[in-house]
Design a protein around this ligand. Sequence first.
Ligand SMILES: O=c1ccn([C@@H]2O[C@H](COP(=O)(O)OP(=O)(O)O[C@H]3O[C@H](CO)[C@@H](O)[C@H](O)[C@H]3O)[C@@H](O)[C@H]2O)c(=O)[nH]1
Ligand SMILES: [Mn+2]
Length: 731
Amino acid sequence: MGNNNGYLPLFETKSSRRPFLIKLYVLTISVAICMTWVYRVRYLPVEGVLERWAWIGMFFAELWFSFYWFITHLVRWNPIFRYTFKDRLSQRYEKDLPRVDVFVCTADPEMEPPIMVINTVLSMMAYDYPPEKLSVYLSDDGVSELTFYAMLEASRFSKYWLPFCKKFNVEPRSPEAYFQIEPLDGPVKTKEWLFIKKLYGDMKNRIDVTPKQGQVPEKIRKEHKGFSEWDFVSSRHDHQTICQILIDGRDPLAMDNEGQRLPTLVYLSREKRPQYPHNFKAGAMNALIRVSSRISNGPIIMNVDCDMYSNNSSSLRDALCFFMDEEKGHEIGYVQYPQLMMNVTKNDLYGNSLNVIFKMEFPGIDANGGPMYIGTGCFHRRVNLCERKHCNEHKVDWKRVADIKIEGNARDLEEECKVLASCAYEENTQWGIEVGLKYGYLLEDVMTGFSIRCRGWRSVYFNPERKGFLGLAPTTLLQTLVQQERWSEGELQILLSRHGPFFDGYKNIPLKLLLSYCIYFLWAANSFPTLYYVVVPSLCLLRGISLFPKASSPWIQAFAYAFFADRAYGLVEFLWCDGTFQGWWNDQRIWIFKRTTSYLAGFCNTILKMLGFTNHAFVVTAKVASEDASKRYEQDIMEFGVPSPMFNILATLALLNIFSFIGGIKMVISNAENKVLDLFTPQIVLSGLIVLINLPVYQGLFFRKDSGRIPSSVTYKSLIVSLLACSIALQ
Ligand SMILES: O=c1ccn([C@@H]2O[C@H](COP(=O)(O)OP(=O)(O)O[C@H]3O[C@H](CO)[C@@H](O)[C@H](O)[C@H]3O)[C@@H](O)[C@H]2O)c(=O)[nH]1
Ligand SMILES: [Mn+2]
């Protein structure tokens, strides 16, 4: 450790090699895959146009899966892991720690309840960090009085909460999450615990009753002049900037109840006017970048979604170990934490845990050059976000940066910020193009990270033992599919964009890294091969076209091995990432669901938008569900409930496969000789597996009575379509 002149780094990187068994597995599967290609080419049917085309289609789908399989293993080949030395950081830099500005974004008080938002905010305020160097900003795109009120409550509660956290060194520091765990031991501690719990409970009650009253009560409104701003708000899409410094960290009077300083706390709702595009989260982030540059101007910016609380109070120090490392720090543009979820159930019905991605893929992407920026749990250098160029030689003088003072009193700063957050400010500037987060992309974060990488910075992935952040995953099937649609669409949009991999990317980013990113860029493109594989073999079964080698032929072994060994590998990996067997099975189901619905929609939308038919819009994911739906979520019962074209597709595919499966079995029974069985076993097995995985769909269609079942309109439509398809196949 350390180099020749005795210098001790602030972080270290360990690499791990893949075990021999896995290498062997990769090798054998590669062989099997190549054999399937040989088979497809050699045995291409000579008779029958339909047979030929169906066969060629199968071949293309399999080529696609092979390519995708290849890149997923390319990523996994050489993972690396990072470790920080926070004690060295504080030995060397405790006095010169830089200011850190934390950005929290919220957009809708109904989908993102204020109590959840302030829990996130409080957890950020409670970081183990000098308070005078910490500023927390909330951007409220919902311009909600209720959120503002909750922030006021939070600023008061923080005076008790912060000292409590520091005194007993508690984790996590989101009160809601913290009070789920056991009380502290010992009489004194228990007393304080109970006191603060009651304080939190009272505050929560006050915040939670306000929406039921429709508005913040007059009495409370009078207490703070900030509320008067809402007299001028005509609607969510048409209002002036509201900027309020709720706690000014520079103010010596801003103290907690034990006489310690408090971090700065700012509420911002940027101006919105119907004639100006607001650019969703990217617009909000850019307004925050400018406003914070006036109020605290921290050289490090951290960004989280409002549902992602800090689960580890030392994350700021961890991240700084990367940026401030004397040797490698100057190359690092951003530090990305995984987006882990607090609310996935044990068997993760909707496959939302992302554990495999963050445990298996991101360490490999880090080795190949660094992860993308995923919009939450990410630390940036400010220069990175607001300057165009990066100069690699430039090392930061942290001492000098730490000394810069901010002038002006809070009221004047607020006035200045109103201008900075106004709609007109960005007119005829490079904001959203060259400066700040990029506009016009569904995944502004990924695109921005990509362009930061193109400018020569490296990024780092950090996943410490104690998780840095925990967020909320969607809790219904439709929310999941819609989120996946946005993600897959956004990824494809970047792939095809003029600043994407084909244009800017390939010159500036190593090929290995580009291929690693392609796992995500190509999500949407998976839809067609997958659809083909769940539809065509089943229809061909009904029609009597065989698409695989006979069960008795040795070639079938190549197909079977490639398929089942790959699944088995996936299962082992899933269990390794703390999943359960049932969870893996659920994940397989969602794998098909996503590819046949979300990714299909994502693909079509991207193309339509490129041709100029529609515009991209950010559909905010709801963080709450109805009481019934939440109950079903806890019980792992799949939630359909509302009609949706996505459900039409799912139900149609499920019905189609059960029909062809029954048809296949019937064919075997009615045919005394074993010839049919020999010819069609692979296809019968395939549709049998699809039927098995779709059991919750049949339940939702025919056997459930609750409000989460599949609506009858969906049932009818999908019945008609699937029967029609089957009868055409049978002709
Ligand atoms: O106009 C908007 C829309 C959204 N948001 C905020 O953006 C965040 C992410 O929105 P959410 O609906 O939760 O989307 P997710 O799909 O959960 O978010 C993932 O994907 C997004 C890109 O699509 C990233 O920006 C997020 O960081 C990442 O967590 C939330 O805090 C929102 O409040 C805004 O501030 N303004
Ligand atoms: Mn989210």
